[in-house]
Design a protein around this ligand. Structure first.
Ligand code: CA
Length: 230
């Protein structure tokens, strides 16, 4: 069965070109021109890969990505245009698997799609490779497979815990305020309080700290927030 690829992009010309190119590669291609339609199509067709533009009508790509990630393990490639968008995508808070900066070449994007599909079929911890893996001692965060292992044992982490851990480990030694963490993981529009962050930190500590009562890895920085020390 051909792999399914969903493209969510509001630039009609680009959408047509992407559909043509992906069809030529043998994929089943579905397209949507706004975030809401994209989300609905993703739920209905359960694609293997979603190519998701950031700036979209109705629901932007960040929001679509966040929702999709909560619901499934679908591979998501974000199409980003501006530096600020790239920062957010790379910041991992969204759980996107990869990103491509506009303007991009067709060849580059097709290579990324193939890569995503290869990764999703060859799972297993040994498939993790250099740049997509964050390691600190016996703790390994696999950004591609969205898995965490401690002393080679897989940990059961929820998507939000994963994003939080990835953020902290990727920025080892840097302290984050609760507000910064909230904004990165839950988005600007999140209505809630910073205790949400504390709760997720506690859950993570229970999973990765030898003694969660005296944490060595995720330190509480009084008056600031949290910092991953290693
Ligand atoms: Ca757009």
């Amino acid at each position: 069965m051909p792999n399914k690829v969903l493209v969510v992009e509001d630039e009609a010309n680009l959408l047509v070109a992407l559909k043509y190119n992906l069809n030529s590669e043998g994929y089943d291609v579905f397209t949507a021109e706004d975030g809401e339609a994209g989300l609905a199509l993703a739920r209905r067709e359960k694609p293997d890969v979603v190519i998701l533009d950031v700036m979209l009508p109705k629901l932007d790509g960040f929001e679509v990505c966040r929702i999709l990630r909560r619901e499934s393990d679908v591979r998501i490639i974000m199409l980003t245009a501006r530096g600020e968008e790239i920062d957010r995508v790379v910041g991992l808070e969204l759980g996107a698997d990869d990103y491509v900066t506009k303007p991009f070449s067709n060849r580059e994007l097709m290579a990324r799609v193939r890569n995503m599909l290869r990764r999703s079929t060859s799972d297993g911890p040994s498939a993790s490779s250099g740049a997509e893996t964050l390691a600190s001692g016996d703790l390994v965060v696999d950004l591609t497979g969205h898995t965490v292992t401690l002393q080679d044992q897989p940990l059961d982490v929820k998507p939000r815990e994963f994003s939080l851990l990835a953020l902290l480990v990727a920025n080892k030694g840097r302290a984050f305020t609760r507000d910064q963490i909230l904004e990165r993981l839950w988005g600007h529009d999140y209505i809630g309080d910073t205790r949400t962050v504390d709760v997720h930190i506690r859950w993570l500590r229970e999973k990765i700290e030898p003694d969660p009562a005296t944490p060595q890895r995720i330190k509480t920085i009084r008056g600031v927030g949290y910092r991953f020390d290693g």
